[in-house]
Design a protein around this ligand. Structure first.
Ligand code: ZN
Length: 261
């Protein structure tokens, strides 16, 4: 079986506007993530906000098994139509990995159904201990009990998300706060993973444990069978009985289920 095909999406603004960020990510955050995934053998495409349709055309999505999302200052500039296209593909089975400040993106808010932009934050360059709270989870494969990020932006509870299906990582920050740093969700046929590390002014995505988590998450989030586009639609198709029905004497009222346009 071939490895999942990945598309890495980045708003790609900080790297263009701030030399300090460009110094850490000369090829952009998307370029850094794409590089270590390519090295792991994945077919990887990248897409950025400034491209037509933000680089997420139907053709690109049709070749994507797992989409990775990094955004921060331009969530509102992402077209609703593109968000809807991504959402339809997610519920049809495409994996979605939302990183760091992507917690406030339109697509993640749609996944959550809550104002997931709400959390506590502080940019002080403090350290973070990322604790593995579900060591048997495929996303935690190859990791020890914890790993340390020397510098990270503090994200603290409460993080306004619905209770995740699984909590894989819990982050503890030097200032005392804790955060649900690695959360999984299932929506329709799609698997979604949110991962907190990745503030643009720190070299987080160069760290090997962080790369390991993202590589694991790609394998976990990948569709388990084919992506079934169309299954996200409301179905008004009457269901054939699985077994032969006895005659209940019931006669359906004609026209009752005609959908009014
Ligand atoms: Zn940040």
């Amino acid at each position: 079986m071939s490895l999942p095909r990945v598309t890495v999406w980045n708003e790609f603004i900080h790297e263009n506007e701030h030399e300090a960020v460009r110094a850490i990510y000369p090829e952009g955050i998307h370029g850094c993530i794409a590089a270590f995934l390519k090295e792991a053998g994945h077919e990887v495409q990248t897409a950025v906000l400034s491209q037509p349709e933000h680089g997420l055309t139907q053709e690109v999505l049709d070749r994507t098994d797992v989409l990775i999302w990094w955004g921060h200052v331009a969530h509102q500039k992402v077209d609703d139509e593109v968000v809807e296209r991504v959402w339809r593909r997610v519920v049809a089975g495409m994996g979605l990995i939302v990183l760091h400040s992507g917690h406030a993106s339109k697509i993640f808010r749609k996944v959550c159904g809550t104002p997931s932009g709400f959390l506590r934050w502080r940019e002080a360059g403090e350290s973070e201990v990322v604790w593995v709270v579900e060591p048997s989870h495929p996303i935690a494969r190859g990791l020890g009990p914890n790993f340390v990020l020397p510098h990270e932006e503090m994200y603290g509870e409460r993080f306004n998300i619905p209770a995740p299906d699984e909590l894989v990582f819990l982050g503890w920050f030097e200032g005392g706060e804790v955060f649900r740093s690695g959360c999984t969700f299932r929506r329709g046929r799609g698997r979604i993973f949110y991962f907190q590390p990745g503030h643009e002014t720190f070299p987080t995505y160069h760290q090997k444990e962080v790369q390991q988590v993202i590589k694991n998450a790609v394998l976990w989030a990948a569709p388990q069978d084919e992506i079934r586009v169309g299954t996200e639609e409301v179905s008004y198709t009457p269901a054939e009985p699985v077994m032969k029905l006895r005659d209940t004497g019931f006669r359906a009222v004609e026209g009752l289920h005609d959908i009014k346009k």
